[in-house]
Design a protein around this ligand. Sequence first.
Ligand SMILES: [Zn+2]
Ligand SMILES: [Zn+2]
Ligand SMILES: [Zn+2]
Length: 106
Amino acid sequence: MSAVPHCAVAGDVSGRPVERTCAHLGQVRAVEPATPGACEDCLREGTQWVHLRLCLECGHVGCCDNSPRRHATAHFRHSSHPIMRSEEPGEDWAWCYPDELFLLLA
Ligand SMILES: [Zn+2]
Ligand SMILES: [Zn+2]
Ligand SMILES: [Zn+2]
């Protein structure tokens, strides 16, 4: 079991501080990656990913928007799970899709 990560709004798409807040922080769970180190959907489809994103609501691992199949965005579209964190080593940020806000994880 890991602790529920603490998230705070970092800024908008260009990193500027914003007054808006993210209404989805309460949906963040202490998730474990369902497919550690791999995009679940790329594994199934036999495609390549670039960077990995972890859904903080259900633990789905998808690939970033630089990847051909953009499975993290696809996961948001069909699950409505709002917040995906970077699964890249040393990166401690997340992205809220509905609010288009960067979040910092502590
Ligand atoms: Zn939000
Ligand atoms: Zn993928
Ligand atoms: Zn999810």
